[in-house]
Design a protein around this ligand. Sequence first.
Ligand SMILES: Nc1ncnc2c1ncn2[C@@H]1O[C@H](COP(=O)(O)OP(=O)(O)O)[C@@H](O)[C@H]1O
Ligand SMILES: [Mg+2]
Length: 290
Amino acid sequence: MNTLSINQLSLVYKNDIRALDNISLRIDNGMFGLLGPNGAGKSSLMKTIAGLQKPTKGDITFNDTSVVKHPAFIKKQLGFLPQDFGVYPKISAYDLLQHLAVLKGIIHPDERKRQILALLEKVNLAAFKDKEVHTFSGGMKQRFGVAQALLGKPAVIIVDEPTAGLDPEERNRFNTLLSEISEDVIVILSTHLVEDVRNLCSQMAVINKGKLVATGKPSEMVVALNGKIWSKQIDKKSLPEYEGTYPVICKQLIEKSLHITVFGTEPPEGFLPVIPTLEHVYFQKLKNIE
Ligand SMILES: Nc1ncnc2c1ncn2[C@@H]1O[C@H](COP(=O)(O)OP(=O)(O)O)[C@@H](O)[C@H]1O
Ligand SMILES: [Mg+2]
């Protein structure tokens, strides 16, 4: 069993932006979803966990060893697919993995070759191993990114917004791949897509403006909203009035008419009950509606 423990973590950048504000979280084996809008602090948190930058305050421990004091300890056991992987060079997938495997300390050539071929197979790129990575499609690049993250059999895998820019089919294939690898390791997936978390993650956290606003099991968090979500079709013109009266969780245009969803422990006049979804949980927590 692996445990990553984040304790009262804060990160203030040089320009005085507080990207992380007193975050505490515990992450065990399985797939963990980190949800938040753009600018919430997801990438900042992931880079700090990966030991690429030091927090201003607080600590992160991996299996009881401080990542802040001993970044090399987690780096050896970590695979990272950053949000901006950078340029994909004009070399083949095999050669790039070869290069990255050496950097990761997989020194034995036979073992290296075996691992690279097995990983290319796993991410469904074996047929393209001699193709230059810069010519890959978005989905292929992301699957290549997973292959490089899995080099050295890491215990923690961090993937930062991996499905952004993928078409639905590529996104599906990528998500299936992620769920296959998460059995005996920690996989942290950051995303602003609620659907990915709902489909893949057994635990999740929502962060906003650097603060942790919710954490738990997606299914339990949805159940907790039973009987508290209501919907009504309204005239667009009366939206400000409704927003002034009710805690509006989301607004949706369905075939040109506006549907609003509100939170309430009692049924509001004229509204119909709605079966809660993780999307409702997300917006309720983001907007801090209780
Ligand atoms: N290197 C940096 N220097 C200064 N500010 C940064 C840096 N990286 C991110 N930020 C700021 O920190 C906040 C959180 O950013 P980020 O962690 O990238 O959020 P997310 O990944 O959730 O979109 C944003 O306000 C962003 O502009
Ligand atoms: Mg980011």
